[in-house]
Design a protein around this ligand. Sequence first.
Ligand code: NAG
Ligand code: NAG
Ligand code: NAG
Ligand code: NAG
Ligand code: NAG
Length: 217
Amino acid sequence: MILLPKRNLAITLFSFHIFLSLILKTQAKCNTGCHLAIASYYVRQGTNLSYISDLFSQQVPEILKYNPKVTNKDSINTGIRLNVPFSCDCLNGDFLGHTFTYITQFGDTYDSIAKFPYSNLTNKDWLQRVNSYQPTRIPDYVPINVTVNCSCGDRDVSKDYALFATYPLRPGEDLSSVAAESGVPAHLLELYNPESNFSAGNGLVFVPAKEAFHYNK
Ligand SMILES: *[C@@H]1O[C@H](CO)[C@@H](O)[C@H](O)[C@H]1NC(C)=O
Ligand SMILES: *[C@@H]1O[C@H](CO)[C@@H](O)[C@H](O)[C@H]1NC(C)=O
Ligand SMILES: *[C@@H]1O[C@H](CO)[C@@H](O)[C@H](O)[C@H]1NC(C)=O
Ligand SMILES: *[C@@H]1O[C@H](CO)[C@@H](O)[C@H](O)[C@H]1NC(C)=O
Ligand SMILES: *[C@@H]1O[C@H](CO)[C@@H](O)[C@H](O)[C@H]1NC(C)=O
């Protein structure tokens, strides 16, 4: 009986604590996303457009709009990067990304799903964070979340770019090769990715892409 008020106080304090942390949490790092971002998808051997279309829930003709160089949809070259359009959402008010649904295959791990089907557009730690399955207990043939980060730009850096590619760095690339490939000046790439090491051979960077209509040539 004497404990009751104390307990109530504790509960009140606890609720207040939750309330505060909710407020802090909703001091969002993002409010809205943007309707379009590009996944720079490295094409492995044995991959084809209908498979990629399934992975990203995106129609083949829609993907082709962003890949004017692909002329034969039935046979895409291995070792190229394909531009896959997706919507960049503000997830949990916390970060920009998009969650795709992937059906696990026999023997999949978070690591293998990130590295192979999704070509390093995400990584195992990130997949572990957005799925409830323990890494060693992922059932076969069930849907799981595959979250890919994205960017909608930064008005403090430049207002000229609104469309961004999520670009997994590969071994052998560096700042100048990414600049040459994207046609974006190196210093601008650095401004958009202040923490990134472009020579690391892995990790994501965000590369400004030309506006959507440029792809339609
Ligand atoms: C496309 O690739 C997937 C996965 O590698 C494969 O299962 C499927 O048979 C391929 N489809 C065609 C038409 O080659
Ligand atoms: C992803 O990165 C790993 C090395 O971290 C590499 O072995 C693998 O081939 C890469 N995936 C693709 C599709 O290039
Ligand atoms: C995606 O963004 C979140 C939040 O900024 C970060 O913690 C995570 O490491 C990123 N994932 C990848 C694969 O880079
Ligand atoms: C995928 O994410 C949704 C939304 O956060 C969550 O409800 C669901 O449980 C997640 N799926 C798995 C397999 O963890
Ligand atoms: C960037 O990564 C490369 C390759 O791992 C490494 O040699 C270099 O020291 C790194 N640079 C910085 C500034 O960390």
